[in-house]
Design a protein around this ligand. Structure first.
Ligand SMILES: [Zn+2]
Length: 171
């Protein structure tokens, strides 16, 4: 089994792409400081939602890990699962599909979308969330690893102790 550092690295590779949406904060603050920007609309799904960013990201998170090749490959997989989920179910309430410029900046005009894409707020996404939550519970029960390890070892130790006392973890 991969160690905690590797698991955190792979998780990071799966969520970091959305940092290119942080322009939304600047856009929101703009009117209070007398400027107007459209960073979110212009750059979300651009800088960090392409193959090259994915490879760089997977390399960066795998570097400090022991099993670098395994972590690199699983990070690349996590990155692509993120892109796949964006393509499947992240349509905006206005119907905008947030296309993925997969080969940006090499071929910026190549954009991936799917005509059957559902909205971000769809119950399908809630169902997917519930399914993965249950999977996380099963992993916690049988492998004794919880997602609390992402935040702190001490915090996870407290959760683990509480779960052990209540007979949640299978030994
Ligand atoms: Zn995304």
């Amino acid at each position: 089994m991969l160690n905690r550092r590797s698991r955190i690295a792979i998780t990071a590779a799966g969520v970091i792409p959305d940092l290119d949406g942080l322009g939304a904060v600047v856009d929101e603050l703009g009117p209070y400081f007398g400027y107007a920007t459209t960073l979110y609309g212009d750059y979300h799904h651009v800088f960090a939602h392409n193959l090259f960013a994915g490879v760089l990201l997977a390399l960066a998170v795998a570097l400090p890990c022991r099993k670098r090749l395994t972590v690199f490959l699983l990070s690349l997989l996590a990155f692509h699962v993120h892109l796949l989920c964006d393509i499947l179910g992240s349509k905006g309430p206005d119907g905008y599909q947030w296309p993925i410029p997969y080969l940006y900046p090499l071929i910026p005009e190549l954009e991936l979308t799917w005509s059957g894409q559902w909205e971000l707020s769809s119950p399908i996404n809630s169902l997917v969330g519930v399914v993965f939550f249950v999977i996380a519970l099963v992993i916690a029960r049988y492998r004794h690893v919880t997602f609390f390890e992402l935040f702190s070892k001490r915090f996870e130790a407290i959760v683990y102790k509480a779960g052990l006392e209540r007979g949640f973890f299978k030994t």
